[in-house]
Design a protein around this ligand. Structure first.
Ligand code: NAD
Ligand code: IPM
Ligand code: MN
Length: 360
């Protein structure tokens, strides 16, 4: 049995509730599938910042590099400026470990009602560029407090950065319906977007079975509300993909459901698995957090680590708990975080007894 080391950072707010919930499920799954997963817990985040003046130790990234995967809750606290907390932990991990793909599935789940009238089943993947674009480090604030005060941030797209995310998305589309939608804003206003479009089109030509449609992101946002079931794979820049992923998860019922995988596809560095949502200070500490996004991210991590059957088992278990009407309040259910987690643990055992999860 190969040992796999997983770094766990619960972080802030509801991260401290949904991460223990997901770890309980992962431990049970590991036991049933005889996986040797070693979890190492790091108390990094905003409380660590208030004590030490940094979000993680100076050698934090080196410590993480010794793991096969990183399992993160959320970062962000009303007591620490977001610029400090995000540039101090989450963004350096994504960049230094070359996690240039942020894969965000959006899927209808039985037992969870969509806010859309007459919704049809939704099953799409958002492939978000995760290392560059609008989230660049070039720029800053000048002349603070003066009338000429200015804020500048350059958007940076590179041929390498756009072509690798386009390749990943096109290859995913090729393995599914062959339909790829590229989010753009190239109608003459944003100078970087025609460059994005050209490289996406060029890359997609390498996949003759894939048809790529470039769609202006404002119209795409409207279509994601009006007919999300017509999309399959959506490729988007860092900021556009960020916005579309909260929108996408909400049309399936709640942002609390959405998982994500920040992938370094080459496997040179650890990949990071976290829900799409943030630390939700408005509901933190109340047992109201939906742990599905975190548990589903755990299933994506198992798949990434090569444990396909265990991943399917975990996925089937939380889907079964939702189907049984055990969801948390945000999806109209009766459960607290802990009650829903108990429901998932029971479903894990029931499925194990009947071997009722589909094997790949
Ligand atoms: P948020 O995602 O934390 O919350 C948005 C809304 O969704 C809130 O009303 C919240 O109660 C609700 N919500 C979120 N997750 C939920 C869950 N699991 N169950 C039930 N309801 C849930 O976004 P925000 O309020 O804009 O940001 C809060 C903080 O989190 C900020 O500091 C922000 O920068 C940070 N953030 C961090 C990450 C991350 O770590 N990857 C992601 C997004 C936001
Ligand atoms: C996300 C978050 C982050 C992002 C923030 C917190 C920097 O919104 O993971 O979706 O924009 O990437
Ligand atoms: Mn986001």
């Amino acid at each position: 049995m190969t040992t796999q080391r997983i770094a766990v950072i619960a972080g802030d707010g509801i991260g401290k509730e949904v991460v223990p919930a997901a770890i309980a499920c992962l431990e049970r799954i590991a036991e049933l599938h005889t996986l040797d997963l070693r979890f190492t817990y790091f108390d990094w985040g905003s409380e660590y910042y208030l004590q030490h003046g940094r979000m993680m130790p100076v050698d934090g990234l080196e410590q993480l590099a010794a793991h096969q995967a990183i399992f993160l809750g959320a970062v962000g606290s009303p007591e620490v400026p977001d610029a400090e907390s995000l540039w101090g932990l989450l963004i350096p991990i994504r960049r230094e470990f070359q996690q240039y793909i942020n894969l965000r599935p959006v899927k209808t789940l039985a037992g969870v009602a969509s806010p859309l009238k007459a919704a049809q089943p939704i099953d799409l993947l958002i492939v978000r560029e995760n290392n560059e674009g609008e989230y660049s480090e070039v720029g800053g604030r000048m002349y603070r407090g003066l009338p000429q005060e200015t804020a500048v941030q350059e958007t940076i797209f590179t041929r390498l950065g756009v072509s690798r995310v386009a390749r990943y998305a096109a290859s995913l589309a090729a393995s599914r319906s062959g339909r790829l939608t590229s989010a753009t804003k190239s109608n003459g206003i944003i100078h970087t977007m025609p460059f994005w479009d050209e490289i996406v089109a060029e890359t997609a030509r390498l996949y003759p079975e894939v048809s790529v449609t470039s769609e202006l992101v404002d119209a795409l946002a409207a279509h994601l509300v009006l007919k999300p079931w017509t999309f399959d794979v959506i490729v988007a820049s860092n900021l556009l993909g960020d916005i579309l992923s909260d929108l996408g998860s909400s049309v399936t019922g709640s942002i609390g459901l959405a998982p994500s995988a920040n992938l370094n596809p080459e496997g040179e560095f650890p990949s990071l698995f976290e829900p799409v949502h943030g630390s939700a200070p408005d509901i933190a500490g109340k047992g109201l957090a939906n742990p599905v996004g975190q548990i589903w991210s755990g299933a994506m991590m198992l798949e990434h680590l090569g444990h396909i059957e265990a991943a399917t088992h975990l996925q089937s278990a939380f889907e079964s708990a939702l189907r049984d009407g055990l969801g948390t309040r945000d999806v109209g259910g009766p459960s607290s975080t802990a009650e829903f987690t108990s429901g998932v643990l029971s479903a894990i055992d029931t499925l194990a007894a009947s071997q009722a999860y589909p094997t790949p």
